[in-house]
Design a protein around this ligand. Structure first.
Ligand code: GLU
Length: 498
């Protein structure tokens, strides 16, 4: 366990959807704070809304957290001293605390059905009044009235008796002092008729019982905080510090949504973003290292620099281009070993293997061949999808020729004739059964171009498309070396016949 003075923070998602960037950013700031302070990061699943919570969502959230490398010190699959960490497994705990509230007169039974409430709301609104959520109907029921409802078996919820006067305020870590007038606060439900606590109650009980010292969450929760503080007061508990982070906007400054593009963490994974780059970019959404510091940072560098004081109070706009840039910068900084580790799973996923017919001289296993492929590729990929595109054609003949690339770089008829001529020149000028160095291919291409009276580029561009399927690749002579003379000839002929 961590030192008793170190912070305990939590990420408390409701498993009602995928892990979206807003949630991931909330999780990350909590995680960064814990890691930077030697504190504990707790993952708690808020599944009291039985109708909307799903197993798939729960699994997706855990996968997203794991992909981003946000390890939790306590929580599902991990345990901890304050468990269980699924709210649906803590019902007895909430009931016990509800009793305390009820005994102190801070909670009362509400027998109003959803239909009753709706009818009263309609009535008030018809009179041009405003319905704040509840009108206090059951607040003043007499003991007899309550007994009669109970005798009739009317289902009931529990509501918090909120103070009528004064104000509730706190000093927010991000937004400074926030104050709400108590008379405007509604007696919200804390325990539903179905026997489950509401989010409002469960979150307070858990944050208290789990020793949470700082609650960092999205500013969509600001309006919940005064009510939650009232529960802390009623329970005579010390409240944690609160920090509400501004929401994430789309590039058009409207709330980030599907309409803007990917919003779930797993979509970015599919797009080939590295987890370290995603973490880096999420950290910059509402926080910055300050000064002229380099924004491209490893996780460790962010942890070292992270401070709650530097969280920005104005909303951050999600910039897809900036994420792509940060991703390519992370890729540029990878070592050869790290590149290999990224590429290996792609090879396994797509069942690519070194074709034994095409063993390159001196290379007799997939990994060393892959290493040579990555060596010539260098930084010419900006995400894991383009990485896959750039290595696939070394391993399989099933790569397809990109029609756009073909059109962009070659005039098909002339190119076909050129490819046939080049294929013949390689066939006759080279021993196809031995490994040929890049320089040998260069020589054949240049001399063939000279004989044809054209620039070398006129052979190189269509050859690139024929060999790689794409208009951009590593140096073509090096590509030919690794594809091998025999496969090169076959691909040139194939493309000419396509
Ligand atoms: N379960 C809440 C949500 O997913 C989070 C509550 C909180 O952070 O206090 O929005």
């Amino acid at each position: 366990m961590s030192n008793p003075n170190s912070p305990r923070v939590r990420f408390a998602p409701s498993p009602t959807g995928f892990l979206h960037v807003g949630g991931a950013r909330t999780a990350l700031f909590n995680w960064l704070y814990a890691r930077s302070q030697g504190g504990a990061f707790v993952l708690r699943i808020e599944d009291t809304d039985q109708e909307r919570s799903t197993e798939e969502s729960y699994a997706a959230i855990l996968r997203g957290m794991q992909w981003l490398g946000m390890d939790w010190d306590e929580g599902p699959h991990r345990g901890g001293d304050f468990g269980p960490y699924l709210q649906s497994e803590r019902l007895d705990i909430y009931r016990k605390h509800l009793e305390t509230l009820a005994e102190g007169g801070h909670a009362y039974k509400c027998f109003c059905s959803a239909d009753d409430l709706e009818a009263r709301q309609e009535e008030i609104e018809a009179d041009e009044g405003t319905w704040a959520g509840y009108d206090g109907q059951c607040r003043h029921l007499t003991t007899e009235e309550i007994a009669a409802q109970e005798a009739a078996g009317t289902p009931f919820a529990w509501r918090l008796r909120t103070p009528d006067e004064g104000s509730t305020f706190w000093y927010d870590i991000v937004l400074d002092k926030l104050e709400f007038q108590n008379e405007l606060m509604v007696d919200r439900v804390i325990f539903k008729a179905d026997g489950f606590p509401t989010y409002q109650f469960a979150v307070v009980v858990d944050d208290h019982d789990m020793g949470i010292t700082h609650v960092l969450r999205g500013d969509d929760h600001v309006s919940n905080t005064p009510f939650q503080l009232m529960i802390y007061n009623a329970m005579e508990w010390k409240a944690p510090k609160f920090g509400h982070m501004p929401m994430i906007l789309g590039p058009d400054k409207k709330r980030l949504s599907k309409r803007h593009g990917a919003t779930s963490v797993e979509e970015f994974q599919t797009q080939g973003i590295l987890p370290a780059a995603m973490t880096n970019y999420l950290a910059l959404l509402g926080w910055s290292p300050g000064g002229n510091a380099d924004e491209v940072m490893t996780r460790d560098a962010i942890i070292k620099k992270f401070s709650l004081k530097k969280i920005n109070s104005s909303p951050a706009a999600f910039d897809y281009d900036k994420l792509a840039h940060i991703n390519s910068e992370h890729i540029k900084r990878l070592s050869a070993e790290e590149r290999l580790e990224l590429a290996k799973p792609i090879i396994a996923r797509d069942n690519w293997a070194l074709d034994t017919d095409w063993l390159i001289h001196g290379v007799d296993d997939t990994e060393s061949y892959l290493n040579r492929v990555l060596g010539i590729l260098g930084n010419r990929f900006s995400n894991l999808v383009t990485l896959a595109n750039h290595i696939g054609f070394f391993f399989t003949e099933e790569h397809f020729v990109d029609a756009e690339a073909w059109k962009e770089h070659v005039t098909p008829e002339a190119a076909r004739a050129t490819l046939v001529t080049l294929a013949k020149a390689i066939e006759t000028g080279m021993d196809l059964d031995v490994a040929q160095p890049a320089s040998a291919f260069e020589e054949v291409i240049r001399s063939t171009a000279e004989e044809m009276g054209v620039k070398a580029g006129e052979l190189i561009h269509p050859s690139r498309v024929a060999l790689t399927g794409q208009s951009r690749s590593a140096g073509i002579f090096e590509v030919m070396e690794l594809v091998g003379a025999r496969r090169t000839v076959a691909r040139l002929k194939n493309a000419a016949n396509s």
